[in-house]
Design a protein around this ligand. Structure first.
Ligand SMILES: Cc1ncc(COP(=O)(O)O)c(C=O)c1O
Length: 413
């Protein structure tokens, strides 16, 4: 046994997780070229050591991860800037490509300033830390992403309101717990539902409490020209004070940005350790992101969003007929199917794999106990027959497992 394991008892900890069905490990997934062998097929399929699967587990909502024009922009970016930036943004890590991308994101959001980050996770951590440094009371939706929950837990002034429950939040604000911030997600990553943005903006106004929005799953997908959930729900970003968007999901690349007030972002530039002490993301990624934004904002983006909307409607209609009691309301590309316990979830996921389908199997603590689920993500790279196939196989498998479970319960009663 190696030293770390011996000293800290890692094997026992892992065995405990295995016993509870909570053990996690990565699988290696290769891209599958399209029928013509070329690019432009997004993440529709993937290949692992055990075969080729229809992929319903990717956040590549618009199917842009291997778009030929984006790949070409990345190549041009490498030719122009080389591979890495070699330094933090405050040293020599920022290039004209980063600046152009920031300007573009400023235009899209209508905000005064933008900061780029290597990941959405780092951006959120930096954001929450900055407000903690400002001694803000943090009002956080209970189902907001781990990147925000993790740090907020260290705050002495944290209020986690019930998911999307604005009355719960308002009661807290009425009790005079300002100055604070309201933090939520545009599209909830595990449930696919939207934040009640209009109502949150009313509370923002009434209690002068800035609204911070993580729109990782809305940017590029929602609203006119893919500008995001505030554009969809409110027509603009005006009453969303700080907006975090990722470049890793619909944009098809990697990285993130925070858009907001110039002074606040200057404060972050001066104090955020995630920004100051981390090498800037490569300039070629900024070139790729600019190309991706061209596509997202243009007619091709419109078409891709239109196709995705058709798939969502079709999948939901199928599921409403085949398996209504398992599918909560979600009109977005994230379609949860709540299985309940982790053992049954593992069975459903394994049976789906046998049918050539991969979907995210999400277990506690990522989601609340008793709500283990398949997190199905639809993307513009899918075809109608893919989602029909998924609905048919999924409903058959869930029913089969339900019948077996109730037969076992009867036998043991
Ligand atoms: C809501 C939300 N915010 C932030 C992140 C982190 O973004 P990234 O994957 O770019 O680190 C995720 C990742 O899945 C997410 O779902």
């Amino acid at each position: 046994m190696t030293l770390v394991n011996r000293v800290f008892g890692i094997t026992a900890l892992l065995n405990e997780r295995k016993k509870k069905g909570l053990f996690r490990e990565c699988q290696i997934c290769a891209r599958v070229p399209g029928p013509d062998g070329g690019h432009g097929h997004g993440s529709r399929e993937l290949r692992t050591a055990s075969g080729t699967f229809l992929n319903f587990a990717s956040n590549d909502y618009l199917g842009l991860t291997d778009h030929p024009e984006i790949l070409e922009a990345l190549r041009e970016g490498i030719a122009e800037y080389g591979a890495g930036t070699g330094s933090s943004p405050l040293v020599t890590g920022l290039t004209p490509a980063h600046e152009e991308l920031s300007e573009r994101l400023r235009d899209i959001t209508g905000k005064e300033a933008v900061l780029l980050f290597s990941t959405g996770f780092a951006a959120n951590q930096a954001l929450i830390k900055a407000f903690m440094a400002l001694k803000a009371g943090i009002c956080l939706d209970r189902l907001a992403h781990a990147s925000m929950q993790d740090l907020a837990f260290y705050s002495r002034n944290l209020f986690r309101f019930r998911h999307n429950d604005t009355d719960h939040l308002e009661r807290h604000l009425i009790a005079g717990n300002s100055p604070g911030i309201i933090v939520t997600e545009g599209v909830f990553s595990m449930d696919g539902d939207l934040a009640p943005l209009k109502r949150l903006q009313e509370l923002r106004e009434k209690f002068r409490t800035p609204l911070i929005l993580d729109d990782a799953h809305g940017f590029g997908v929602h609203g006119p020209r893919g500008h995001g959930t505030p554009a969809l729900v409110c027509g603009s970003f005006e009453n969303t004070d700080i907006y975090m968007g990722t470049l890793s999901k619909a944009v098809g690349l990697s990285g993130a940005f925070i858009a907001g007030e110039r002074e606040f972002l200057s404060f972050m530039t001066n104090t955020s350790r995630e920004y100051i002490y981390s090498t800037m993301a490569p300039a070629f990624l900024a070139r790729g992101a600019l190309k991706s934004l061209n596509i997202i904002e243009g007619s091709e983006g419109e078409e891709r969003r239109g196709h995705l909307a058709t798939l969502i409607r079709r999948f939901r209609a199928n599921m409403a007929e085949l398996l209504p009691e398992y599918c909560p309301e979600s009109e977005t590309a994230i379609q949860p199917v709540i299985i309940g316990n982790t053992e049954n979830l593992a069975r459903v996921a394994a049976e789906l794999r046998r049918e050539g389908i991969i979907a995210g199997a999400i277990r506690p603590p990522t989601v609340p106990e008793g709500t283990a689920r398949l997190r199905i993500t639809l993307t513009a790279a899918h075809r109608e027959q893919d989602t029909d196939f998924l609905a048919e196989k999924l409903s058959g498998i869930v029913r089969m497992i339900r019948n077996k479970t109730s037969a076992n319960t009867e036998n043991t009663a």
